[in-house]
Design a protein around this ligand. Structure first.
Ligand SMILES: NC(=O)c1ccc[n+]([C@@H]2O[C@H](COP(=O)([O-])OP(=O)(O)OC[C@H]3O[C@@H](n4cnc5c(N)ncnc54)[C@H](OP(=O)(O)O)[C@@H]3O)[C@@H](O)[C@H]2O)c1
Length: 234
């Protein structure tokens, strides 16, 4: 059976990715910062790996620990958000903002770089970042939410650069839009359920090939232009 690596797998969309792939018989490497507290993940009978994306040497240790393991699918899912204080400049906390760049932008690049050999060993490798409409500059008609918006925009950029670097190895790299989903980050008023968002993204991932590398793909499979000039319908 194929193997998937998921970051931020202890809650939200990451936990659901781990659940659904496990239930389909995949071998799952589920990464989280604090396995002792990841009680739901512990019940899944998957390989739980410690990974804090703020700790760059730990990223290298993690990817080295998978030496010799074929990875068919890498989902760079973990991310942080500004939190509740997001209005105007009031939400800016410099240290958190720097952490946001490490977790949301540099982490996915370093994890992917460390797993290139593992992905290259797969017959049909796919790697992805979970992107966001909040990373699309042309949707910005308000201020605030500096951490999340700037880091997601940069995460999108990093995905396209990764896609280019991985072309010669035939590893497609895409960005996926889950839609506004009921997680800790999305909030309870979000229109979409976690299981539906993940099931739809999995359908998209199953169809990703080199034709789609470098693309931003909506949960329904539609391509989202990087220069978005219209509102997306939820
Ligand atoms: N939910 C939405 O509406 C929505 C919409 C668009 C895009 N997305 C994207 O979807 C992805 C998943 O979001 P979500 O809604 O499931 O968020 P979530 O419920 O807030 O989960 C975030 C995950 O990231 C992990 N994480 C945070 N800091 C980390 C670090 N330093 N190292 C490793 N892992 C870390 C968290 O682990 P801890 O528990 O240890 O903090 C948690 O597992 C994110 O990339 C997000 O930007 C979500």
């Amino acid at each position: 059976m194929p193997t998937v690596v998921v970051t931020g797998a202890n809650r939200g969309l990451g936990l659901e990715f781990a659940k659904q792939y496990k239930s389909d018989g995949w071998k799952v490497f589920a990464c989280c910062r604090n396995p002792e507290a990841a009680t739901e993940l512990a019940q899944l009978d998957v390989s739980v790996c410690v990974l804090d994306l703020l700790d760059f040497p730990a990223i290298e240790n993690f990817t080295n620990s998978l030496d010799g393991e074929t990875v068919d699918l890498l989902i760079n899912n973990a991310a942080v958000h500004d939190g509740t204080a997001v209005e105007g400049f009031s939400g800016i906390e410099e240290n958190n903002w720097v952490k946001g760049f490490k977790v949301n932008v540099m982490g996915p690049v370093l994890v992917t770089k460390g797993l290139i050999k593992n992905l290259s060993a797969s017959e049909n490798p796919v790697a992805a970042t979970i992107g966001s409409q909040e990373g699309c500059l042309q949707t910005y008609n308000t201020g605030g939410t500096y951490l999340y918006r700037t880091t997601k925009a940069a995460a999108h950029a990093a995905s396209v650069i990764l896609a280019n670097d991985l072309k010669e190895r035939n590893i497609p790299y895409v960005c996926l839009r889950p839609g506004h989903t009921k997680t800790d980050m999305g909030g309870r008023d979000a229109p979409y359920e976690i299981d539906d968002s993940v099931a739809l993204m999995r359908q998209v991932l199953a169809k990703v090939d080199m034709e789609l590398t470098g693309c931003f793909i909506d949960r329904n499979g539609d391509l989202i232009p990087w220069s978005l000039d219209q509102d997306l319908n939820y």
